[in-house]
Design a protein around this ligand. Structure first.
Ligand SMILES: [Zn+2]
Length: 370
């Protein structure tokens, strides 16, 4: 056996909690309660005979499709005390349109809006789609002993998860136009769909944007009611776009129809998504902390004990858009765990779990926060 191979074998035999001669100075974050991983069960850790606690992981997010009683119960048995949360897709459902073409978002020309960068959304006033999503949400909560459920893709038809977003104006389908006119008393006027859309985006813009935001917020109100009925005490969270209300000419509300303040009435946890590398800040991980701090100021959340609203950022460790170096993991998590954050999770296990250097760096950081 060569020296190198002997060293490798020895390294593999020693549990990481003991092997970490390079364990950094502890940096306790007393208000940080959640150290999570998103996007898959960390099976590689179990396969090595280690525990989630070896990495100080105390929460796991899995897709609601896989969040069965067996899977969630099995994970809780393997990792006592770990919180298991489901991720729930509300609006990103291309398959639904195959049988329900009338659920496709419509653009200002009155025609079906092409999926920006292939990202397909759904018209938010399609009643059957909403009923179907609410039923699926209820079933996830009823079937599996999850500690909470996180809304995902809860925004208008748009491809924003990239450095330069693609934000078409929607939805001008006859159903949305009628609902808007009825709810706000705004006269749509005469003329073709394109003329009506032009007026909505100009003279009626404020009422139109407020109404669209209200539609998406009302979905959140209904999700909250289901949580309280089916699994009271479970947390309702949302994964959301990290832009401030003012950035990109107010696109968070005007384009994505996300009104975080209005939604805060129904939510427990805001999981801002500052994917620094993907969104053009690969060399500026401090952007993560800046966006999180701005969210806290906007919502009035300081990250102190006893606050009803919580901010738990999801930070990018997986390569997407730009690569993320293992050497940057400590810095990324440092910025992702500063107040007002009281929890954090990494995006995403399926892209990180096989990268031992990143997993070890995450574990070192997480252990240091305890
Ligand atoms: Zn519509």
């Amino acid at each position: 056996m060569t020296t190198l191979r002997r060293l490798l074998v020895l390294t593999l035999l020693i549990p990481p909690a003991l092997a970490a001669a390079d364990e950094p100075t502890r940096s306790p974050r007393p208000n940080l309660k959640i150290r999570g991983v998103y996007g898959g069960i960390p099976s590689q850790i179990f396969e090595r005979g280690e525990t989630l606690d070896d990495y100080a992981i105390n929460a796991v997010w899995i897709g609601s499709g896989g969040a069965t009683a067996e899977v969630v119960g099995g994970l809780k048995a393997k990792a006592p005390g770990v919180k298991v949360f489901a991720e729930f897709n509300t609006m990103h459902d291309a398959e639904y349109l195959a049988d329900h073409p009338d659920a496709a978002p419509v653009g200002p020309d009155g025609l079906r809006s092409p999926a920006p960068d292939g990202w397909q959304g759904i018209c938010p006033t399609h009643a059957e789609h909403r009923r179907e999503r609410m039923a699926a949400f209820r079933k996830t909560l009823a079937d599996a002993p999850v500690d909470g459920i996180w809304l995902d893709y809860h925004h208008a038809h748009a491809s924003w998860e990239q450095a330069e977003p693609n934000l078409p104006d929607t939805c001008f389908c006859p159903r949305c136009l009628e609902a808007f006119a009825k709810a706000t008393g705004t006269p749509l006027g005469e003329g073709p769909a394109s003329a009506i859309a032009a007026r909505l985006l100009d003279e009626h813009r404020r009422a139109w944007v407020d109404w669209r935001c209200g539609v998406f917020t009302d979905w959140v109100r209904e999700f909250r009611a289901i949580v309280d009925e089916v699994r009271p005490g479970a947390l309702l969270g949302t994964f959301h776009c990290p832009w401030t209300a003012d950035e990109r000419d107010g696109a968070l509300r005007d384009k994505l129809a996300i009104d975080l303040k209005a939604q805060s009435k129904y939510l427990d946890v805001f999981s801002i998504m500052p994917y620094h590398a993907r969104f053009g800040h690969a060399d500026d991980p401090a952007w993560i902390a800046r966006q999180t701090a701005r969210l806290g100021e906007y919502l009035g959340v300081r990250g102190e004990p006893g606050e009803r609203l919580k901010i738990w950022p999801i930070v990018q460790l997986a390569d997407w858009g730009e690569a993320v170096r293992a050497g940057d993991v400590a810095d990324i998590l440092d910025h992702g765990t500063r107040p007002p954050a009281t929890g954090v999770m990494i995006f995403h296990w399926s892209g990180v779990g096989g990268d031992r250097a990143k997993v070890e760096a995450m574990g070192r950081a997480y252990r240091g926060y305890r």
